[in-house]
Write a protein that binds this ligand. Sequence first.
Ligand SMILES: C[S@@+](CC[C@H](N)C(=O)[O-])C[C@H]1O[C@@H](n2cnc3c(N)ncnc32)[C@H](O)[C@@H]1O
Length: 267
Amino acid sequence: MRYRYLLGDSRRESARLRQQARVWDPTAYALFDRLKIKRGWRVLEIGPGQGSLNLELRRRVRGPVDAVERSHAFAEGLRRRSSRDRFGHGTLWECDVIDAPLPRGAYDLIFARWVFLFLPDVEAHLRKLVAALKPGGRLAVEDYCRGTLRMVPEPPAWNDFLEADLAFFATQGGDANIGARLPALYATVGLDVVDVTPTTKVGRPGSIEWEWMTTYFLGVLARYGRLRPFTHAKAASLRRHWLAAARRRTSLLISPTVVDVVGQKRM
Ligand SMILES: C[S@@+](CC[C@H](N)C(=O)[O-])C[C@H]1O[C@@H](n2cnc3c(N)ncnc32)[C@H](O)[C@@H]1O
């Protein structure tokens, strides 16, 4: 199956990614702290999108960071933003990561946030990235375990909505629960799992967490309506419930869990 990236690179999606980064960048900074990233490390980021973490990685290595980004618009934005600090240009491959001519045995760290859930054949992608790591180098992926997602009180047809959420990623061979599968997959491709750290957010109406989840889910709800057993009518009803819930102080959204999974390449 030809891979099509589901969320695209429109201006609206760019704004959504920036909003999402404000919620989640502190979790990535904590991961970077645990990785004890050092000045001069060779680092590769997969799918930097709007690039907030690419800039942070550059600050931490005090030099350029390589990247693979399939979107031309996002790659251009990254070039623009990274020319404003003094750390120089890394190599930026503008293609799908599976097609990038990555150097072998080159990187101390490869990092990806919210890319693996979209990918078909995760094992082939992992093997490619492991080949690009130095012996002892680390792969750090932040991705979802979707199962914690809840709205309280629960709207009608919620379980059908959850099924559509998984089915959406599956249409392109992806898995929105990939975070839960990564530790076992790491072991099969020659990585020792050295850190598995979960983070789940809770949002009340008006909070940035509520706004982040609302922007994403109401943005894709019409597309989810095509995925049975969810329907357009159920999507319309959920939208009404969601907007009504936003007006009640006691409503709650519990987020999908982001899991940081770090593996170290065997020597
Ligand atoms: C959900 S966004 C996440 C962006 C960024 N990592 C972040 O955390 O904000 C996914 C990003 O991965 C890129 N992407 C998706 N599939 C890709 C692939 N196969 N190879 C390289 N980049 C990919 C998209 O263009 C997009 O920038």
